[in-house]
Ligand binder design. Structure first.
Ligand SMILES: Cc1cc2nc3c(=O)[nH]c(=O)nc-3n(C[C@H](O)[C@H](O)[C@H](O)COP(=O)(O)O)c2cc1C
Length: 420
């Protein structure tokens, strides 16, 4: 049985659901492997090293073969019919570039920039995602080390499977970590937690607001269903919980804008900027700005919450087209379905300050641990630099909205309103 984290954000040891990486396995007595386990072991033996992964997608393909059923189902799962999960990728594919030629210094490919006042080697961040230990025994610490080595920001999930101290100890001196908060039904616990992460040195608080109810993460629920034989044997036992449901009992779903004010009140004692994650409409970007937050992440939780909520790239396009002045009021980031450097460059050109990756970091951690996460970040860095060179841009700050828009000829109603 899985239990939620305690008030200070530490998960109990049952979360270490099993070492997957044979390199890090302590010596154990030989156990008979099931057929599925044997297949996974064979796949792991045939898996290429991280440096031979060419696309970020390669990590997902291998993760499906080598991760435990529980880990794969939890990571990959999305809500209901998974329409939003699919749309996150499909929508990105509907935006194309308008490359310019013969631009000065366009071979430079400079990816360094800042967001929320934090310098980053490339405008990619690790989105907060729970339970990295399901994929690798070292869990989120691998993400911390990889992010530190590559010079990018990691957002730590409220439901991380490593202790907060472990991650802050694993970080480099100059490395920035951001803490993601779910409001606890017990507000005093949230208050203590915010004070704790500030003391540890977090650079901002991400307040996730798109989990307004426990959604049905279809694959995760199915993976935990008992077989008919198990069900008959345990007729009187409580139904097994999906991973998502098992870890979220403490979360308060009954939130309003006044709870944002509560966090801002706490902020009086703290200097930490607040980023609201899970914004899904232009109107709510405006409201976040009105409520004095410093950043928003356009996100639908990777398609894990409201099915049929829009793709973040489309909301970003709407903000750029209808309310461009909002980019000066609040820093806008996005995540959801970002899998290539071109995806990232499209969002950056439309005005995102940085883009987040959720599953890619978890998958790469599950297949290759820290090395895998570093390779994912390097692939993004290489692809972002090469995309910029090929559309005639030397540095991130020179990306402009008119370099990207809906696929097809920009005539009639298809012409983006921001194109001069
Ligand atoms: C397995 C998993 C766990 C997640 N846990 C959290 C979480 O604890 N807090 C949070 O704000 N978002 C969480 N998310 C959402 C991610 O932060 C992010 O929004 C999403 O994964 C982005 O989509 P992508 O996976 O397509 O990159 C989780 C996502 C996944 C896949």
């Amino acid at each position: 049985m899985l239990h939620p984290p305690d008030a200070l954000g530490t998960l109990p040891t049952e979360y270490c659901l099993g070492p997957v990486d044979p390199e890090t396995l302590p010596a154990q007595e030989e156990e008979e492997l099931s057929e599925a386990e044997q297949l996974r072991q064979q796949a792991r033996e045939n898996m290429p090293p991280a440096e031979n992964m060419v696309m970020v997608q390669d990590f997902e393909d291998w993760a499906q073969k080598v991760l435990s059923e529980t880990a794969w189902a939890y990571y990959r799962s999305a809500a209901d019919e998974e329409m939003t999960f699919t749309e996150n990728r499909d929508a990105l594919r509907r935006y194309f570039f308008r490359p310019r030629i013969l631009q000065k210094n366009s071979t430079e490919g400079i990816t360094e920039t800042t967001f929320m006042g934090i310098p980053t080697s490339v405008p990619i961040f690790i989105s907060p995602a729970a339970m990295a230990k399901l994929g690798h025994p070292l869990g989120e610490v691998n993400l911390t080390k990889a992010a530190g080595e590559c010079g990018i920001v990691q957002m730590i999930s409220a439901n991380a499977s490593c202790g907060l101290e472990e991650m802050f100890e694993a970080k480099r001196e100059d490395q920035s970590l951001i803490y993601q908060l779910y409001l606890n039904k017990d507000r005093a616990a949230s208050e203590t937690l915010i004070q704790k992460v500030e003391k540890l040195g977090a650079k901002a608080i991400v307040f996730t607001v798109d989990v307004m109810w426990q959604s049905k993460r279809t694959m995760d629920v199915r993976a935990k269903l008992p077989s008919p034989a198990e069900a008959a044997a345990a007729a009187a036992a409580p139904a097994p919980a999906s991973v998502s449901h098992a870890i979220s009992g403490y979360q308060d779903y009954n939130l309003t804008w006044s709870d944002l004010a509560f966090i801002r009140l706490l902020k009086k004692n703290t200097k930490l900027p607040i980023i609201v994650k899970g914004v899904q409409s232009v109107e709510d970007v405006q409201l976040c700005a009105d409520h004095g937050v410093q950043g928003v992440i356009l996100s639908n939780h990777g398609g894990r919450q409201a099915d049929y909520s829009p793709a973040p790239i489309d909301i970003l396009y709407e903000v750029r087209s209808l309310r461009p002045e909002l980019f000066d009021k609040v820093e806008i980031m996005i995540d959801g379905g970002i899998r290539t450097g071109a995806d990232a460059v499209k969002a950056l050109a439309l005005g995102a300050k940085a883009v987040g990756i959720g599953r890619p970091a978890l998958y790469a951690n599950g297949t290759h641990g820290e090395e895998g996460v570093k390779r994912v970040i390097n692939i993004f860095q290489e692809e972002i630099a090469s995309t910029m060179r090929n559309i005639g841009v030397s540095k991130i700050q020179d990306l402009k909205p008119e370099m990207v828009g809906p696929a097809g000829p920009w005539v009639g109603r298809n012409r983006p309103p921001y194109v001069p």
